[in-house]
Design a protein around this ligand. Structure first.
Ligand code: MG
Length: 269
């Protein structure tokens, strides 16, 4: 039961026309991440990657979604960049800097933009040069977790069925789903109802998400090698694993359509 004055927690369904507009924003995000993938070599800095993405958005008349987002930690500054760049033990929300990337680093890049009023949001994790077999497996498992979620969205009626498969797969690989952060609905704003966890909880079972045409979700598994426990650093943003072992993060913006899930942040159709 909603309390009076509390806004109704409803999922805004998008029309086919609106989903096409979101595809334009999502394609631009994919192009930005593709550029980052080419630039992320040993010796490059995450500040350079940030500048490259800012330039791509500017050229296309898109607004970056992350720049200026207020911190949820009291007294901390808003997010200062266009991409989140999270290296090794950093899970999400890392701030780009001028430190050169090293051979063997694991780099997660997350970015989003608004184009013609509609948003796209996606993330990818890259190995810098050659990474350890363990890191390589982490990247593979996290990417596979997102891929299996996309496939499962084509046959599941409710999100909890998908989340359960994601969680079971990660566990079966001896890794951990980070639970502190979740995916989200997306549309004219980056964060809309509902919350989209990568695991099953009592809350999700009580308030499950029906996967009907028009639902658009940013699905973003975060997987860690050694623990699901994370902490936020003093900068008010960077989230790290407590055991300081590596983690990875992949994300796509996905629309449910009468023909099944449509990934709006793929580079090509
Ligand atoms: Mg997101």
């Amino acid at each position: 039961m909603l309390r009076r004055n509390e806004p109704p927690r409803v999922i805004k369904l998008k029309s086919p026309r609106e989903i096409n507009l979101m595809r334009d924003a999502g394609r631009l995000v994919a192009q930005a991440l593709d550029r980052v993938t080419q630039l992320a070599v040993p010796g490059a800095t995450t500040a350079e990657l940030d500048a490259a993405v800012a330039e791509i958005f500017r050229e296309q008349g898109a607004t970056p979604l992350f720049l200026g987002v207020p911190s949820t930690v009291k007294g901390k500054p808003p997010f200062p960049a266009v991409i989140c760049a999270s290296v090794n033990q950093q899970v999400v929300h890392g701030i780009p800097n001028r430190k050169p990337l090293k051979e063997g680093d694991v780099l997660s890049i997350d970015t989003g933009c608004r184009l013609n009023g509609w948003c796209g949001d996606a993330a990818v994790t890259l190995g810098i040069g050659t990474v350890s077999p363990e890191a390589s497996k982490l990247l593979e498992v996290t990417q596979q977790t997102l891929d299996l979620a996309i496939r499962a969205m084509g046959r599941a009626r409710y999100w909890s069925e998908v989340a359960s498969l994601m969680e079971k797969f990660v566990k079966s690989q001896g890794m951990y789903v980070v639970e502190k952060f979740v995916g989200h609905g997306i549309g004219q704003t980056m964060h809309e109802e509902p919350q989209v966890p990568n695991f099953v909880s009592k809350e999700l079972r009580k308030k499950d998400i029906r996967l009907e045409p028009g639902v658009v979700l940013a699905v973003e598994p975060m997987v860690a090698l050694g623990t699901k426990d994370v902490k936020t650093l003093d900068d008010g943003w960077t989230v790290e694993t407590k055991d300081r072992r590596a983690s990875a993060h992949f994300e796509h913006t996905i629309a449910m359509t009468p023909d099944g899930p449509r990934v709006l942040t793929y580079l090509n159709d």
